[in-house]
Design a binder for this molecule. Structure first.
Ligand SMILES: NC(=O)c1ccc[n+]([C@@H]2O[C@H](COP(=O)([O-])OP(=O)(O)OC[C@H]3O[C@@H](n4cnc5c(N)ncnc54)[C@H](OP(=O)(O)O)[C@@H]3O)[C@@H](O)[C@H]2O)c1
Length: 239
C-alpha cells in the first residue's frame, strides 16, 4: 500500500485530504500539533491512517522527524505540504515574531520536510509532492501580505523542484484553493464573505472536499504527466 504524509491533517482541508486518500486506497500519516476531536474519532475506526505529532516551527527537529517517519512507516510515496498559518494583519503593525512564524511554518518547514522525505522517493524512482498554496499567492488580499508572500514562494518552490526531480519519476504540483470554510477563515464573515461568494461564477464556493479530490487526482497514475503546475480550485472566483 502506497503511503502519503499530510501535514496539517488534523482538521480542515488536511483531514479532508486524508479521508479522501484513504478512500482511494492509500495509507496516510497525518501530522499536526494535536488531534481535533473529529480526527481522533476518525483514526479510531480507520486502520489505514495514523497520527504523528510534530510542531513545524521546530525547524531544527525536521531532519530527525523525517528519519522517524521513514523508520516507522517505510519509504513514502507521497507528501502533501498542507499545514499553514493564516495570520492576518496589515504589515505596518504586524509583529516581527508573527512574520517569522508564518514564514517558518508556511515555507521553511515544507522545504526542509520535502528535502528529507524526497530521499526515499529518489531511491524508489517514484513519488508525488503536492504543495497547498492559495489564490492569495497570485491575487493578493489586504491584510495577508506575508501569508500571500509565503504562498507565492511555495509555488516557486514547486516549479523548480519539479525540474529537479522529474527524471526520477517524481511529480511536484501546487493546488491553490479559494476561500473554504475552515478554522483558518472563521474570522472572515459578513460583508467580506458575501462579496467573495458574489464574485464566484458558479454562485457558490468550493469546499474542502472539492480540493481534496484534486489532490487525489494529482496523487494518482492519471496525473503522471502533470508536473510543475498550479491547479486552482476556487469555483471560478479568480476567472
Ligand atoms: N481555508 C481557506 O480558505 C484556504 C484558502 C486557500 C488556501 N488554504 C490553505 O489550505 C491549507 C489548509 O488550511 P485550512 O483552512 O485547513 O487551515 P486550518 O483549519 O487552520 O488547519 C491548519 C492545519 O495546519 C496545522 N498546523 C498549523 N500550524 C502548525 C504547526 N506549527 N505545526 C504543525 N501543524 C500545524 C494545524 O494542525 P495543529 O493545529 O494540530 O497543529 C491544522 O491541521 C493551508 O495551506 C492554507 O493556507 C486555505
Amino acid at each position: 500500500m502506497d503511503k502519503v504524509l499530510i501535514t496539517g491533517g488534523t482538521r480542515g482541508l488536511g483531514l479532508a485530504i486524508a479521508r479522501h486518500l484513504v478512500e482511494r486506497g492509500y495509507g496516510v500519516i497525518i501530522v499536526g500539533r494535536s488531534l481535533s476531536d473529529e480526527a481522533a474519532q476518525w483514526l479510531q475506526c480507520e486502520d489505514k491512517a495514523s497520527f504523528e505529532p510534530f510542531d513545524l516551527t521546530d525547524i531544527d527537529q525536521i531532519h530527525d522527524f523525517a528519519q522517524t517517519i521513514s523508520r516507522r512507516h517505510g519509504r513514502l510515496y507521497g507528501l502533501v505540504n498542507n499545514a499553514a498559518l493564516g495570520l492576518d494583519g496589515v504589515l505596518a503593525t504586524m509583529h516581527e515574531s508573527d512574520i517569522g512564524q508564518v514564514l517558518r511554518v508556511n515555507i521553511e518547514a515544507p522545504i526542509l520536510l520535502t528535502k528529507y522525505l524526497l530521499r526515499p522517493m529518489l531511491i524508489n524512482q517514484r513519488g508525488r509532492v503536492i504543495n497547498i498554496t492559495s489564490i492569495i499567492g497570485s491575487t493578493g488580499f489586504k491584510g495577508l501580505s506575508v501569508y500571500g508572500a509565503s504562498k507565492a514562494a511555495l509555488h516557486g518552490f514547486t516549479r523548480s523542484l519539479a525540474r529537479e526531480v522529474g527524471k526520477a519519476g517524481i511529480t511536484v504540483n501546487s493546488v491553490a484553493p479559494g476561500y473554504m470554510e475552515t478554522s483558518m477563515t472563521q474570522a472572515l464573515q459578513g460583508d467580506k464573505l458575501a462579496s467573495i461568494k458574489r464574485r464566484s461564477p458558479l454562485g457558490k464556493l468550493a469546499d474542502v472536499d472539492d480540493v481534496a479530490q484534486m489532490v487525489g487526482f494529482l496523487m494518482g497514475p492519471e496525473a503522471a504527466m502533470i508536473t510543475g503546475t498550479e491547479i486552482t480550485v476556487d469555483g471560478g472566483s479568480t476567472a
